[in-house]
Design a protein around this ligand. Structure first.
Ligand code: API
Length: 280
């Protein structure tokens, strides 16, 4: 039972998505800061709650336009969420009237810009390419070919990713193989799992089983990790278009970091009723 004393009629939220990777965005600057593992799991449930891939909690920041905390629908926390970061950047730009925004996440402060034509770009920073930064459980001989069947690559984008290069990403039975790979012992904090196939040096197809136990239509940090691993394997250039189930992201691994560009959608605003929150 959640011990909540809400002065309002409930908890306002925005429902947004980036290429179908969907989010509930709660603004703790103007509502009680209620989110914890239990409330995240309850709100995130597709049948008993609102449903989301990730929950983003906005807070005042002393170093960026906003501080943002991300939760998965299983109640676990994520230090990075690229598509949600792009949605939050849109909120900031709408509030400030600026064409740029800064967001402090668990992995540091990200810079975002309005790329025009409804697109938002966010710099996810340089990838983590040290075993203990991803993190892995122990050093490995080759980060581009882990000692796992299929020789996947690994990269951190503020959150862990394991990327398999396959002949046909469409043919991968994600629900069958995802859970065991998410919990592979080489990843002490679990991992997001991407399957890619190379269309050409500037184009990838990617599907994803996300940490937190779900297939999502898009995964921004996963697209960044896929672009980094594919380039490090010598398969692609530093700038690629990635075809995800929900649409396309452009990833550009520049000297100042891995930039991700794509659309965002603000679908509706709602209020989670007090009675729901008080019975979690
Ligand atoms: N969908 C998010 C990734 C969420 C990652 C989360 N599943 C984790 O535990 O790291 C994105 O667009 O980057």
């Amino acid at each position: 039972m959640a011990d909540l004393t809400l002065q309002t009629g409930g908890l306002p939220f925005r429902k947004m998505h980036g290429l179908g990777n969907d989010f509930v965005v709660v603004d703790a600057r103007s509502a009680p800061d209620l989110v914890n593992e239990d409330t995240a799991r309850a709100i995130g449930h597709r049948s008993f709650g609102v449903g989301f891939d990730q929950l983003a909690v906005l807070r005042e920041s002393d170093v960026a336009d906003l501080d943002v905390e991300f939760w998965n629908s299983d109640g676990s926390k994520a230090d990075a969420c690229g598509n949600a970061s792009r949605c939050v950047a849109r909120i900031i730009m709408d509030e400030t009237g600026q064409k740029a925004a800064s967001i402090r996440t668990g992995r540091g402060t990200l810079q975002a810009v309005d790329a025009g034509e409804g697109l938002i770009s966010v710099n996810m920073g340089q990838p983590q390419l040290e075993w203990d930064q991803i993190p892995l459980a122990h050093p490995v001989d080759d980060l581009n070919a882990l000692p796992i069947e299929g020789a996947p690559g690994a990269a951190g984008i503020g959150n862990p990713h394991m990327v398999f290069v396959v002949n046909d990403a469409e043919a991968v039975p994600l629900s069958d193989v995802g859970p065991a790979l998410e919990h592979h012992p080489l990843f002490p904090e679990r991992t997001n799992v991407e399957f890619i196939h190379v269309i050409d040096r500037q184009t990838l197809r990617m599907r994803v089983w996300e940490r937190g136990g779900m297939i999502t239509l898009a995964c921004g940090s996963g697209a960044c990790a896929s672009a980094v691993v594919a380039h490090r394997k010598g398969l692609t250039d530093r700038k690629v278009t990635i075809h995800l189930d929900g649409g396309d992201l452009e990833i550009d691994w520049r000297d100042d970091g891995v930039w991700m560009t794509g659309p965002i959608t603000h679908v509706f605003d709602g209020v989670i009723r007090r009675e729901f929150l008080e019975n979690i």
